[in-house]
Ligand binder design. Structure first.
Ligand SMILES: *Cc1c(COP(=O)(O)O)cnc(C)c1O
Length: 464
């Protein structure tokens, strides 16, 4: 007992530690004092529990305070190095932005802006105007608006044009996109009734027509209630149905939608502005006669998180004035980044160079090999070598399409799993993958500036 008492008496005073060089370098304040108190409280507890028999030095207590203080202030959301080769990885933030988009964010965040203010007349305006002209110009649509993300865009489109009505969807398109975005659930949340047609692998235009005739003829109490509100086409973003399959072309769907005077909505998922690896563009959908197209801003477009809606003026107007529009509206920083990204598309040739997503997607095999060889050189040939691999776009874009890529395989004295954990530790996590028991870093998504950091992390393995 007396030992504990004498130890407790030796605990340094708060002030004494605040003046210790290790602690005094931090800016003084309530948070620093609270951290000192916390560390001393823990020490007192340890002594009382008998977990400590000799008093730690003042220096080591100060080091503990410094460690705790800096940990408390290290941001939780931080940068990671993407060595997965997956360009649009939802878990690590999808599309990295172009320099122009970053500058637009900084500018808009730092100052006031004309977000909803028309400078020429000195009156209130709409936040959609900053991107609407760009979007109509790039897609050929009559009108456009933006919301928080594509899930919100689909919800708003359905709620605004097909509330209390039937929405016809092929059974092959009742998709679930990561998390909880499931077409049947979005449908019920937007107050529409889902009418499934066709089968998983085959849906014909006649299936849609049968449903259109059925709902129109089944007048019950309120005839309006039984009308079809829309035809919905959903891009099967994260899976492929192959083999014995059929689905009507967009032009056929558009034709039948016109025949029965119902809008055709297309959830395009990852909207391409310019043709990439044979992916249909948003402009293709508009040209085919789709009335409302929705897509994400942070998938193949390579911009910020956004839900973009383009299409016929009459429908877009309904969506803009719908009460949900306010709840789903996009924030000003994302609008700034989206406008800057869309502006880059005005010049398609330089867009591929300037938009990181497009640049990574279009990297040629030879370039990737060269990059991989550079990384091997930095890491050391005894531990690393180049291998041929396949990578995917990710983020629900181009499912089932593998792109040939070059990866660097790393072998050390520790197992692939231990190595993967080690690369993930540290202030900047380096994320790779394990294939056939070997740890890999795909160079497609790596920046050369990060090679020295990767080498330093690998070097630490020697001292494990
Ligand atoms: C990704 C995707 C969504 C969801 O888009 P978010 O922008 O992530 O909300 C919806 N539908 C399809 C077909 C998608 O691919």
């Amino acid at each position: 007992m007396s030992d504990k008492h004498s130890l407790l008496r030796q605990i340094p005073k708060v002030d004494e530690l605040l003046f210790h060089p290790e602690v005094s370098s931090y800016s003084p304040g309530a948070l620093l004092t609270a951290t000192v108190r916390q560390v001393l409280d823990n020490l007192r507890n340890d002594i009382e529990q008998g977990a400590i028999e000799t008093m730690p030095s003042c220096d080591s207590i100060a080091r503990e305070i410094s460690l705790q203080f800096s940990q408390n202030f290290e941001p939780n959301l931080r940068r990671v190095i993407n060595g997965t080769g997956i360009i649009l990885h939802t878990n690590i933030g999808r599309a990295p932005l172009a320099k122009e988009a970053l500058e637009a964010i900084t500018e808009t965040a730092r100052d006031y802006s004309n977000l909803e203010y028309d400078i020429s007349i000195g009156k209130r305006s709409s936040r959609h105007v900053h991107v609407e002209d760009l979007l109509t110009q790039l897609t050929g649509a009559e009108a456009a608006m933006v919301v928080n993300n594509n899930a919100a865009a689909v919800l708003l489109a359905l709620a605004a044009v097909a509330h209390h009505k039937d929405v016809i969807v092929s059974r092959g398109e009742l998709v679930e996109i990561g998390g909880s975005f499931r077409i049947p659930d979005v449908m019920s949340q937007s107050g529409c009734r889902l009418v499934e047609v066709g089968t998983t692998n085959k849906t014909h235009i006649a299936d849609y027509e049968k449903a259109l005739l059925n709902t129109k003829n089944h007048y019950s109490i309120d005839p309006v209630d039984n009308f079809t509100g829309a035809l919905l086409r959903v891009h099967t973003s994260n899976f492929i149905i192959s083999g014995f399959t059929t689905k009507p072309a967009l032009t056929e769907l558009a034709e039948i939608a016109r025949k029965y005077s119902v809008p055709l909505i297309e959830d395009l998922g990852s909207g391409c502005m310019i043709p990439i690896s044979g992916q249909p563009t948003v402009a293709d959908s508009i040209k085919a006669g789709v009335d409302i197209v929705t897509f994400s801003g942070d998938k193949l477009l390579g911009g910020p998180q956004a839900g973009i809606i383009v299409g016929k003026q009459e429908y877009i107007a309904k969506m803009k004035s719908h009460p949900l529009a306010r709840a789903l509206r996009m924030d000003k920083l994302c609008i700034a980044a989206l406008e800057a990204t869309l502006r880059l598309y005005l010049n398609p040739e330089t867009a591929v160079e300037k938009i990181p997503t497009l640049k990574m997607l279009s990297m040629e095999s030879a370039t990737l090999h060269k990059k991989a060889k550079k990384l091997v050189k930095v890491l050391g040939k005894d531990q690393a070598y180049v291998i041929e691999e396949a990578s995917q776009a990710g983020g629900g874009a181009m499912p089932g399409e593998n792109m040939a890529t070059a990866a660097v395989a790393i072998k050390t004295k520790i197992s692939a799993h231990a190595l993967e954990r080690h690369f993930r530790s540290g202030p900047v996590a380096i994320i790779g993958r394990i294939s056939r028991d070997i740890f890999l870093l795909d160079v497609r998504t790596l920046a050369e500036e990060d090679f020295p950091l990767i080498a330093a992390r690998l070097k630490e393995v020697d001292s494990i």
